[in-house]
Write a protein that binds this ligand. Sequence first.
Ligand SMILES: NC(=O)c1ccc[n+]([C@@H]2O[C@H](COP(=O)([O-])OP(=O)(O)OC[C@H]3O[C@@H](n4cnc5c(N)ncnc54)[C@H](OP(=O)(O)O)[C@@H]3O)[C@@H](O)[C@H]2O)c1
Length: 326
Amino acid sequence: MNPRPRQPWDPSSLPDLTGRTYLVTGANAGLGYFASEQLARAGAHVVLSGRHPNRLHAAHDAIEARVPGASVETLIIDVANPGSVRSAAASLKGGPFSRNRLDGVLLNAGIVHTPKHRRTTRDGRELVLATNALGHFVLAGELLTTLAKGASHHRRGRMVWLGSMSTRMGAHEPKDIQLEKNYGAWRAYVQSKVVVQALALEADARLRDADVPVDSVLAHPGYSIGGRTPEVAGVNQPSAWKRFRDGLQSPVAQGKQHGAWAPVRALVDPDVTGGDYIGPRFLTRGAPVVVTPSSTSRDPEVREKVWARCEELTGVRWPFAKAARR
Ligand SMILES: NC(=O)c1ccc[n+]([C@@H]2O[C@H](COP(=O)([O-])OP(=O)(O)OC[C@H]3O[C@@H](n4cnc5c(N)ncnc54)[C@H](OP(=O)(O)O)[C@@H]3O)[C@@H](O)[C@H]2O)c1
């Protein structure tokens, strides 16, 4: 989106992140796990969040074992449950966490293998939309003042949303945002990602308008699969059959440890700014570079409508004025 020149970025040699704190949702598996590991390796304190205590502890222990001296802690967040999101945000704002500041949040958790038939959450929201988009809309809104408070003269707060290259395959304008009329598993996934991308870009516009020192950035991991990913006990243990099957896709696919490069760059590269979209150089794989979001998610009318519907469905309004005052 932003054509200005970029410094070269080496994803295997991150800047020193000592003293920074990042929250990652869906940190117990996949991209969320590998992003957390990379952040911890660069010296950041990482709050690993997930919905299941055992899976979360396995990820916590794996990072401690693989990254000597890693600073990690866990926090239960079920992003499909607004109550869980709110109470986690409250504990991050003033609770027992080891640091009371937050430099950035990686809004990563998501349902990739979406249900064949439409399912809803306890509060009646379509499950894929609730998980991939609404939960993060609530979380980012709840954490906005904390992110703004963590900003300094030389560094702004940052939120990173996980989009998808699937949004380029057709318009998928989210007119029926809860897919009440025409649910399909693929449609639910792609539409949820169009919603995420529209929210990220609309957040960027609103944060700028309100002069809040927080950047909203998008990232996508190309095509990243478990069978091309290193084995990590309790986190990624693909069967021999999955390794074989995923190996056949190696010309176009990458492992999740490499898929995590784009969201990590989006979160920590000082040269990235609000509204940027970071993805793999070769669309499905490769080093992270600046890419362009789909035209539907960029459309200001779509963005505004999506934002208004998410406010309506969650009952949450972002505290822009309060965050600007800090
Ligand atoms: N992999 C790709 O090629 C690709 C491409 C484009 C975009 N993405 C996006 O990247 C993100 C991560 O994908 P991935 O490939 O890493 O997927 P993954 O391996 O399936 O991991 C998904 C993560 O999200 C968590 N999650 C799911 N529902 C949750 C909920 N209600 N509350 C909290 N956590 C929840 C999962 O936790 P559990 O273990 O508890 O289920 C897991 O930690 C997703 O947003 C996805 O849409 C991925």
